[in-house]
Ligand binder design. Structure first.
Ligand SMILES: *Cc1c(COP(=O)(O)O)cnc(C)c1O
Length: 366
C-alpha cells in the first residue's frame, strides 16, 4: 500500500515497510513464543539504554506514552508523606504536574520559559527552599519545542539529597544516546512509537529494581499499577497482566532489530542530527527563524516562527501535505510557531525534498 505522506511529527512517526509487515499476523498472547518476544524486548530495551540488567528492569505498559508516565507517577509516589518536584519548560512537564493533581500528590513546580532549557542552578535553589521534596520529575527532550534538558546535571543533585528521580525520555530514548547506569536515575520512560520507530500501543519504563520493589500497594489505579505489572512479568517471564497490543509488540520487536541493523542508538542519533541540521539551516535560508537557541536544540523536532504576521499555517500545512509530508502545529503558547520533526524512517533526501516544497510555497506567496 502506498503511503500518502511521510510523517515529520515527533511520534507517531514514519515506520519502515518491514515494521508494518510485522503486524500482518494475528498473534496469540499467552503462549511461550509471545512471552519470549516480550522478554527479548525487555532485555533489548535495557541494552539500548545502557542499563545494567542486574540493577534495572523494563516494565511494559499498555497505552500511549502518557499512560506510562501516569503509571510511574501513580506507583512511584506513595499516598502519604511524599512531595514531588517537577521541573517544567513545556507541555509535557505540565502534564506531569496535571497527573500529580489527579492523584492528589503534593507537588512543587519549578517553571521555566518554554524557549529555555531547565536551569540546574534554579532547580538547586528550589531544592534548598523545599527540603521536604522526596521525588523529582522532568522531561529529557521537551517535545513542545525540541529542547534537550540537562538531565546529566540534574541527577547528581537529586542523588545528593536521596530524592527518587523520574525522567520522561519519551521522544529521545533510542534516538539520543542515554546512559542509564551513569545517570543512575530511578525511572526513565518512553513509548513504542517514538525513536525506536515502532507504532503506538504501549509505553516502557526502565526502573531501578530496588526502588520499584518498595512501591507495592502505592498504586491508586489497578490498570496503571507499575509494580503489579512488573511482578506479573517477572513471575511468569514475558506475561502481561491484561491483553497486550500483540501486533504493536511484534512491530516493536522488528523495529528493535532494525535499530540494531542501523548500528544502534549512536548512528541513529547521527542520522536524526543530520536531518535536523539540514532542516534548520534550510528553513532559516528560506526566512523562517528558530524559536530556540541552537545550543539547547535536540535532533528530534524543531520549532520555527511564523515568517510574517499574515502567515497562514493551515494553508502552508495543506500545501505541504498534498506534496507528501505532514508537519506539526506549534505548542509554544506565546510565540506563533510550527514544528517539524526529523525522526522516523526519514533521511536527508526527504528533508531536501521538503525544503524544495517550502521554497515553492514561499515563491508562490511572495
Ligand atoms: C510523546 C510524548 C509523551 C506521550 O504522549 P502520548 O500522546 O501519550 O503518546 C510524553 N512526553 C513526551 C516528552 C512526549 O514527546
Amino acid at each position: 500500500m502506498k503511503q500518502p505522506y511521510l510523517l515529520l511529527t515527533p511520534g507517531p512517526l514514519s515506520t519502515t515497510p518491514t515494521v508494518k509487515e510485522a503486524m500482518q499476523i494475528d498473534y496469540c498472547t499467552w503462549d511461550s513464543d509471545y512471552r519470549h518476544v516480550t522478554e527479548t524486548i525487555r532485555q533489548q530495551i535495557l541494552a539500548l539504554a545502557q542499563a545494567n540488567p542486574d540493577v534495572y528492569t523494563t516494565v511494559l505498559m499498555q497505552g500511549s506514552g502518557s499512560y506510562g508516565v501516569e503509571a510511574t507517577i501513580g506507583t512511584a509516589i506513595p499516598r502519604e508523606g511524599a512531595v514531588l518536584m517537577v521541573a517544567i519548560n513545556g507541555a509535557y512537564g505540565r502534564r506531569i504536574s496535571e497527573i500529580a493533581d489527579y492523584y492528589g500528590i503534593h507537588h512543587v513546580d519549578v517553571v521555566f520559559n518554554e524557549d529555555e532549557a531547565v536551569d540546574p542552578v534554579q532547580v538547586e535553589a528550589a531544592l534548598a527552599e523545599h527540603p521536604e521534596v522526596t521525588h523529582f520529575a522532568t522531561i529529557h527532550s521537551e517535545t513542545t519545542t525540541g529542547i534537550l534538558n540537562p538531565i546529566e546535571q540534574l541527577m547528581p543533585m537529586m542523588h545528593a539529597r536521596g530524592i527518587v528521580t523520574i525522567i520522561d525520555a519519551m521522544s529521545s530514548m533510542g534516538g539520543v544516546p542515554i546512559n542509564v547506569d551513569e545517570l543512575d536515575c530511578d525511572y526513565i520512560i518512553s513509548s513504542a512509537n517514538k525513536c525506536v520507530q515502532g507504532v503506538p500501543g504501549f509505553a516502557y519504563i526502565i526502573a531501578k529494581q530496588t526502588t520499584l520493589a518498595q512501591t507495592a500497594d502505592n498504586a491508586r489505579s489497578l490498570c496503571l499499577d507499575l509494580y503489579a505489572q512488573w511482578r506479573a512479568m517477572t513471575k511468569q517471564p514475558g506475561k502481561w497482566r491484561f491483553t497486550s497490543p500483540t501486533h504493536v509488540v511484534h512491530a516493536f520487536a522488528q523495529a528493535l532489530v532494525e535499530l540494531q541493523a542501523e548500528g544502534g542508538v549512536l548512528p541513529r542519533y547521527r542520522r536524526y542530527s543530520a536531518n535536523q541540521e539540514l532542516l534548520s539551516h534550510g528553513m532559516q535560508a528560506l526566512g523562517f527563524d528558530l524559536v530556540i537557541d541552537p545550543a539547547v536544540q535536540g535532533p528530534i523536532i524543531t520549532s520555527f516562527k511564523y515568517p510574517t504576521h499574515h502567515f497562514d499555517f493551515a494553508d502552508f500545512y495543506q500545501f505541504i501535505k498534498e506534496r507528501g509530508f505532514v508537519i506539526y502545529p506549534g505548542k509554544v503558547s506565546t510565540i506563533p510557531s510550527f514544528r517539524i520533526g526529523t525522526i522516523g524512517d526519514v533521511d536527508t533526501t526527504d528533508i531536501k525534498r521538503l525544503l524544495a516544497i517550502v521554497s515553492d510555497y514561499q515563491q508562490l506567496n511572495q
